[in-house]
Design a binder for this molecule. Structure first.
Ligand code: HEC
Length: 98
């Protein structure tokens, strides 16, 4: 009985970890997509890449909201998600800048 309990805890933790992992990598994937499709119509990504590592999350959120004001078609969730991605210490979105 004890082993089954222990086993189910291990399985639970494993499932939890994989779901967290797929959640974070999916968020980064969405950010790449958002950047490529919604942030390149008025200027190229260079303008964004130059600022990576220079703005914190709230500054990015402000910038992105200003872009929405200029006409970028992002919903509230996309603004939040992208601000989080762009402010990450080792921004996974850096990949789109190469
Ligand atoms: C509708 C046109 C348009 C779209 C779409 C757009 N931008 Fe911009 N962006 C501008 C204009 C105009 C400027 C220069 C004026 C300014 O800074 O507000 C600019 C400047 C910038 C700058 C440099 C200024 C700063 O504050 O660092 C960054 C970074 C930036 N945009 C990021 C983004 C991101 C991220 C997206 C996608 C969410 C995006 N832009 C989409 C029009 C746009």
């Amino acid at each position: 009985m004890k082993t089954i309990k222990r086993l189910s805890i291990i399985i639970f933790i494993a499932l939890f970890l994989t779901s967290v992992h797929s959640f974070t990598s999916q968020a980064a994937g969405n950010c790449d997509y958002t950047l490529k499709t919604k942030c390149t119509t008025c200027h190229n990504l260079g303008r964004i890449c130059r600022k990576l590592g220079k703005k914190n999350k709230s500054k990015w959120a402000k910038t992105i909201k200003r872009m929405v004001h200029h006409g970028a078609p992002l919903n509230k969730n996309e603004v939040k998600e992208l601000a989080t991605c762009l402010a990450e210490e080792n921004a996974s979105v850096k990949g789109v800048c190469k």
